[in-house]
Design a protein. Structure first.
Ligand code: DHB
Length: 396
């Protein structure tokens, strides 16, 4: 067997999605070197359809660090959103209530912007690696081993290792179960997601409650739209023709007096979801960030926003750990990140349970949900909570 080629760096990052790349970008701005590896190719990551909403602070982070050119020119600033229920559309004005906006900008494009920025800076980012494993994570010199496309063996030796490798995280699986606690929540629903070629059906997003189940009307561009409707986790995509999808979506939004502009459907998929939190987000000299440490249900689009909030705190605490030789800074990362993670879990759970048709729902359940939604939109305090949580709590 040929010898491993060894690279030494301060921070080794497993996962080249938005969390891993943003961390590498933020560390570079602090003068800290890192190496990023990902088993997926750049193309593969770019083909993944993800949510489309960026919180105010996520956009601020992109702006402050010089990667906001496209989000600001091509993204769509939304100063509010609609809640549709009880036969009507209700507007929640984020600007008025929370003094903030969100941006509709596909999260895949955030990946493209970050990948371009890292490439332009000559960063060491290796996509498409194989046989990745992590070693000595509790020691002074943790390492990542992998093979490149030619089958040659490599090792990245670092001071700190970061698992930003998504919900199936190999880094998380490398932690002995007795060293962490995992909190999980299963939901008895999933989303049927479509992409279609049609003009926008609304100027902002519509979160739609109906007796038939939840629907979300989102957008991508002037000519491409993204919509979802609540379905069974075992729903068969092939059982849904375009006609059947449109009639289901129209029935759900029609219950609240809205009508969608239809067009050819170019993508269909079922998204299953659950809540998951790992505590602490540190094991020895390895930390977890983004989906590797926590997943949320999609209602409210918190996933990527949480990942970016994680790495903002992580860059700061890693700098302290490296310059002051203070490993305890990693505990502070976990504490600070988890505070936001749990609040986002609550928000995503709340939005999900308020808007989705419960399993075996009866008239009582549906009327109670409509009453809850009325309580939110008729109260300035209720609407303000939603606006603050949706646009994102200030990082601090
Ligand atoms: C989108 C996804 C979400 O989960 C959400 O809450 C809002 C928008 C989207 O894909 O556009």
């Amino acid at each position: 067997m040929s010898a491993r080629e060894v690279t030494t760096t301060s921070v080794g990052i497993v996962g080249g999605g938005p969390a891993g790349l943003m961390l590498s970008h933020l560390l570079a701005r602090r003068g800290i070197d890192s190496v990023v590896v990902d088993h997926r190719s750049r193309d593969e990551i770019e083909q993944t359809v993800r949510a489309g909403i960026l919180e105010a602070d996520s956009v601020r982070l992109l702006s402050e660090t010089g990667v906001s050119e496209r989000v600001l020119s091509e993204g769509d600033r939304h100063g509010g959103t609609y809640l549709a229920f009880g036969g009507e559309l209700h507007h929640i004005d984020f600007q008025e209530l929370a003094g903030a906006s969100v941006w509709l900008y596909p999260q895949t494009e955030v990946f493209v912007d970050l990948a371009d920025a890292r490439a332009a800076a000559g960063a060491d980012v290796r996509f498409g690696v194989g046989d990745t494993s992590v070693h000595d994570v509790t020691g002074e010199r943790p390492s990542i081993r992998f093979t490149d496309a030619d089958g040659s063996a490599h090792e990245i030796r670092c001071r700190y290792l970061v698992g930003a490798d998504g919900s199936h995280s190999l880094c998380r699986h490398a932690i002995p179960p007795s060293e962490i606690r995992q909190y999980r929540k299963e939901y008895p629903f999933a989303w049927f997601g479509i992409l279609c070629e049609a003009p926008k059906s609304a100027p902002e997003l519509i979160y739609n409650h109906s007796d038939r189940g939840f629907a979300l009307i989102s957008q991508r561009t002037e000519t491409t739209q993204r919509m979802y409707f609540q379905c069974d986790p075992d729903e068969d995509v092939d059982a849904w023709s375009d006609d059947r999808i449109w009639s289901e979506l129209q029935a759900r939004v029609g219950a609240n007096g809205h009508e969608l502009t239809e067009g050819p459907i170019t993508g269909k998929s079922v998204l299953r979801f659950r809540s998951n939190v790992v505590e602490p987000m540190r094991y020895g000299n390895m930390v977890l960030a983004g989906d590797a440490a926590h997943t949320v249900p999609p209602t409210g689009a918190k996933g990527l926003n949480l990942a970016l909030a994680d790495v903002r705190v992580l860059a700061e605490t890693l700098e302290r750990a490296l310059t002051d030789r203070d490993d305890d800074a990693l505990d502070e990362y976990s504490r600070r990140a988890l505070d936001r993670v749990w609040r986002s879990q609550h928000f995503s759970y709340w939005m999900t349970s308020m808007l989705h048709r419960p399993l075996a729902a009866d008239e009582f359940d549906l009327r109670r949900q409509v009453a809850e939604l009325h309580s939110v939109v008729r109260s300035t305090a209720g609407k303000t909570y939603l606006a603050e949580a949706y646009t994102g709590w200030p990082s601090g």
